[in-house]
Write a protein that binds this ligand. Structure first.
Ligand SMILES: [Zn+2]
Length: 301
């Protein structure tokens, strides 16, 4: 059995998958925020519950916000800030008495969709999380590409490419720079752009719902968002030329993206035609936890 744990900021979810990817058991509980030791306890206990209900021991993979620094082994870049600077791998391996694999949650999402999801069988997959932030992960040949800085795929903090005059310098980003892709494409970025254009303070879901009802202001905001996404993804295609780009996170529910963005990105892709597929996720909210389980490949563990 492969056990995947998705360590989120608000909930910890675990699944046990059999060899074919079928779910044997699933457990979910609230994350003990701001309490590192209680977080370790909670992860150990969900693994124990999965093993108890499946009746067997499993390999364990953990998807987490942020990454483990290759240099220090400590957590970095996590918005679950009580994990930052902690020796999570060492501490959890001690509690569970086995070797554990860790990956960033966007990487787990990309892996899940590449193994048996919307990008199954594709050689190169770029997975994008469009939610409160804009993360990304790369899978080549069924394996996550992490990179020496553990930031491969973090396109959200590149600048929005081919900016127009009214997009410069762009909104300030929490990373310290301005005009990052995330400040335009994330849910809060979409909301901010709508407010700037119309004076209306609406969240992304409300803008989408008004657009579906034909509201011209909301439709214009989604149009700007799609055109910016086309530019941002064109720069990814020019660099990596993935077979499939799969979207996840809350904004991946915007069905219009899959039809419209591929009609726009050709203007910036350095090719006479673009055969890259832009697809919706197959496993939805379960992709993070499934990808964590697949950190142990076929024949391992
Ligand atoms: Zn940034």
């Amino acid at each position: 059995m492969r056990i995947g744990v998705d360590l989120g900021g608000t909930k910890i979810e675990a699944v046990g998958l059999d060899r074919e990817g079928r779910t044997l058991a699933r457990v979910r509980r609230a994350t003990p925020r701001d309490d590192y030791d209680a977080t370790l306890d909670a992860i150990a206990s969900v693994v124990g519950e999965i093993e108890g209900s499946a009746g067997s021991r499993g390999t364990v993979g953990v998807g987490m916000p942020g990454a483990l620094s290759r240099a220090t082994g400590r957590v970095k870049n996590s918005n679950s800030t009580w994990l930052n600077g902690r020796t999570l791998a060492e501490d959890l391996e001690g509690r569970l008495g086995r070797s554990i694999r860790f990956a960033n949650d966007a990487n787990c999402f990309a892996l899940s969709e590449a193994v048996d999801g919307a990008a199954a069988g594709a050689g190169a997959v770029f997975g994008v999380i469009l939610g409160t932030g804009t993360g990304g992960g790369l899978v080549f040949g069924g394996r996550i590409w992490t990179g020496p800085n553990a930031i491969a795929g973090e396109w959200g903090h590149n600048p929005l490419p081919w900016p127009r005059d009214d997009e410069r310098p762009g909104p300030p980003c929490y990373c310290g720079l301005s005009g990052c892709i995330e400040t335009f494409l994330s849910g809060p970025g979409l909301s901010r752009d709508h407010r700037r254009a119309t004076g209306q303070a609406l969240d992304a879901a409300e803008i989408a719902s008004r657009a579906a009802g034909g509201d011209p202001l909301a439709l214009a905001t989604l149009g700007r968002h799609e055109e910016r996404m086309a530019r941002a993804l064109a720069s990814v295609i020019n660099l990596l030329d993935p077979d499939v780009i799969v979207l996840g996170g809350g904004l991946s529910n915007l069905d219009r993206l899959y039809a419209r963005v591929p009609t726009l990105w050709g203007a910036w892709v350095f090719s006479d035609r673009v055969d890259t597929r832009l697809v919706a996720p197959k496993h939805g909210d379960s992709s993070g936890v499934r990808g964590a389980a697949w950190l142990w490949g076929p024949g391992e563990g």
